[in-house]
Design a protein around this ligand. Structure first.
Ligand code: FEO
Length: 403
């Protein structure tokens, strides 16, 4: 890859990471992910903002681009760390070895992490909220934006150009041919929107209150370009990604989309036998459904659809006196991600003994679900069970429609 020119003296030096690995060791990235670092070249000083992990050739791709900008070994004055998670710092040791005199700037909370992760203490300095750094014709300003996505997170802003380096904030999964939002065709734009929602749900959703605080903090700042460390650079319409994130963050408290996510598992088809009645009940009120079979659908994609939906229906049998294990995993992910307050139903079959509901009730409470009840039966469902399922689903859909 070549460096991408953003504006005079400001470049993206990025790597496209492939799709074989799981992001954070959990999340599938079938279309890969971008690792974006940035360079700001002032008249006197040069800074590299955010790093990469030595992942799928990313480090050498970035080194080549730095070389092409005339920033070979020793050519940087500052290394700015907005966020310590290793996708942005994994190669810190190699990069610091290449630029041993560069001063490392990060938030106060990042300093002990730099020491514990990489044993680096030399040339490290904490910056404060609102502090500026003059590079000569370019002034960097630092905004503390904790918990987007770890407590030490900050963002860096170029005052003269209105470029915001937001790291995880305003990021997306996926790899993109062009660097900028205004270079995408309609299909790529739709893919970016979906991969932004999945990224948000998977990585950031737990911290939605902090996202809202961060967006409020930036409200008085002229932002011409949003340059995150995952996804594309937003120069055509930077407001679009900020507003999209504001909407995704608002799903924590609601209101959410008038949609229902039906997440279901079945061992021998007896729980599945009620699925159509549930779907028909929801659709009878004109409400859209997302139908997600577990474990066939990874929790990453389940969480994406559940996060946006006002309704949540869990179809799950009892398995050895407890919940069907793959559904336990999914519910654990949903609960950790702060999926709360949805209108909810459950349906499911049991064999010689029930037990799933007792364990599910714990999630109902932890997730503060507006729980509408359960259709549970031994063996296969009766016509009466199917009728009850249709009516309960319809009533829930009507409530959602009237919100
Ligand atoms: Fe892209 Fe929280 O790391």
């Amino acid at each position: 890859m070549k460096p991408d020119y953003i504006t005079d003296g400001v470049y993206r030096v990025a790597a496209k990471v492939g799709s074989r690995d799981l992001f954070e060791g959990i999340w599938p990235i079938p279309d890969g992910v971008m690792l974006n670092s940035y360079v700001v070249m002032g008249e006197n000083k040069r800074a590299l903002i955010d790093l990469v992990k030595d992942w799928d050739g990313a480090l050498w791709t970035v080194f080549e681009q730095l070389d092409s900008l005339g920033l070979g070994p020793g050519g940087l004055d500052y290394i700015i760390i907005n966020h310590m998670e290793p996708d942005h710092t994994g190669a810190m040791g190699q990069i610091v070895s290449r630029y041993p005199d560069a001063q490392i700037l990060a938030s106060e909370k990042a300093l002990p992490l730099i020491k514990s992760f990489y044993k680096i203490e030399k040339n490290v300095r904490a910056v404060k909220d609102g502090e500026t750094l003059a590079l000569g014709g370019k002034t960097l300003k630092f905004f503390m934006t904790p918990n987007i996505h770890w407590p030490e997170t900050m963002m860096t802003y170029v005052e003269e150009d209105g470029v915001l380096f937001s790291c995880d904030g305003f990021g997306s999964f996926g790899r993109y041919e062009g660097c900028f939002d205004d270079e995408l065709g309609a299909n790529e734009k739709a893919h970016l929107k979906s991969e932004t929602e999945r990224y948000y749900a998977n990585i950031v959703s737990s911290f939605s209150a902090f996202v809202q605080r961060g967006i409020a903090k930036l409200a008085g700042t002229d932002i011409n370009v949003v340059a995150p460390s995952h996804g594309v650079v937003w120069r055509g319409n930077p407001k679009e990604i900020i507003e999209h994130y504001a909407r995704l963050a608002s799903y924590m408290q609601g209101p959410r989309e008038k949609e229902v996510a039906i997440v279901w598992s079945s061992m021998y088809g007896n729980t599945e036998a009620l699925l159509q009645s549930i779907v028909d009940g929801i659709r009878s009120e004109g409400i859209d459904v997302h139908i997600l079979q577990v474990p066939q659908t990874h929790a990453s994609f389940v969480l994406e659809k559940v996060w946006r939906s006002e309704g949540l229906i869990i179809g799950m049998p009892t398995y050895e006196y407890k919940m069907f294990p793959p559904m336990y995993h999914v519910l654990d992910i949903l609960e950790r991600s702060h999926v709360q307050g949805r209108k909810a139903l459950r349906f499911g079959s049991f064999g010689w003994s029930g037990g799933a509901q007792k364990q599910f009730d714990v999630f109902v409470e932890a997730m503060k679900l507006d729980y509408k009840g359960c259709i549970e039966y031994q063996g296969s469902p009766t016509d009466e069970d199917k009728k009850k399922a249709f009516e309960l689903a319809k009533a829930m859909a009507r409530e959602i429609k009237e919100l």
